[in-house]
Ligand binder design. Structure first.
Ligand SMILES: Nc1ncnc2c1ncn2[C@@H]1O[C@H](COP(=O)(O)OP(=O)(O)OP(=O)(O)O)[C@@H](O)[C@H]1O
Length: 246
């Protein structure tokens, strides 16, 4: 298995804090897998994502991307935030192509890549619309397309679907799984919804309150489960995870 990310003995203590938020964490993310992260509010999920993304500097330990230390933000690591952080003054296609424009890509290449992405997230007919006129689910799809425009090695989601209603969220799950299958992508998805963690993750990282053993990593036999197939074994698996979070 090819490791894209290696988190090695990662510790992060915020300034003026006595105890570390992340305490000596170890985690590999392999090419082509979806890793979901579940944990109680405040346990440090976003801190972990921000450190992997290079937005926060570890107090000790390190994060490697393809064997090289992450020392700051990097286009090879895409992030989709919950508020999706789109530019309201740009239309859909310019939002998606923004990063490529900043990197001075050729206009034709940008247009080609953006059109492909619009098709992949099923927004071709909305390309000239401003993002404020879109529904929450559509905006989330724009944010995903924008993160993919850089062709990153890993795309990370920070509770990106939390504000969506259940129907729209299921729709986005299908988009995520469809993109993952067709483009052989690697995803790291933070969520506080346990069913979402199980639906989307090949492996599930459980962030526990036990600072001496903060991460529990489990293989997930219920990846992409259909809601009709939820049975008592699924419920047991889910409850076992819940017990470790609290
Ligand atoms: N910039 C900061 N400075 C100091 N403390 C911080 C900072 N950011 C987060 N924290 C603290 O670190 C802890 C972990 O926060 P973090 O946002 O990583 O948790 P989380 O698991 O993502 O929470 P949530 O699910 O509510 O988003 C919290 O106690 C939070 O108050």
């Amino acid at each position: 298995m090819e490791k894209i990310i290696e988190v090695k003995d990662l510790t992060l203590t915020y300034e003026n804090d006595d105890t570390p938020t992340l305490n000596s964490l170890n985690l590999d993310i392999n090419r082509g897998e979806i890793v979901t992260v579940i944990g109680k509010s405040g346990c440090g999920k976003s801190t972990l994502l921000n450190t992997i993304a290079g937005y926060l500097e570890p107090t000790s330990g390190q994060v490697l991307l393809n064997g090289e230390p992450v020392t700051g933000p990097n286009w090879k690591l895409g992030v989709v935030f919950q508020n999706n952080a789109l530019y309201p003054w740009l239309d859909v296609e310019d939002n998606i192509g923004f990063g490529l424009k900043m990197r001075h890509f050729d206009k034709e290449l940008i247009s080609k890549r953006v059109n492909t992405l619009l098709d992949q997230v099923q927004l071709t007919d909305k390309k000239k619309e401003y993002v404020f006129s879109l529904s929450g689910g559509m905006r989330q799809r724009v944010a995903i397309a924008r993160a993919l425009a850089n062709q990153p090695q890993l795309v990370m989601f920070d509770e990106s679907f939390g504000a969506l209603d259940e129907f729209t969220r299921n729709d986005i799950h299908d988009v995520i799984l469809g993109l993952w299958k067709s483009l052989n992508l690697t995803f790291f998805i933070i969520t506080h919804d346990i069913d979402e963690a199980i639906k989307l993750g090949n492996r599930i990282v459980i962030m526990t309150p036990d600072k001496d053993s903060q991460l529990k990593i489990v293989d997930n036999p219920y990846f992409n489960i259909d809601s009709d197939d939820i049975n008592s074994d699924y419920m047991k698996f889910k409850n076992d995870i819940l017990k470790q979070i609290i």
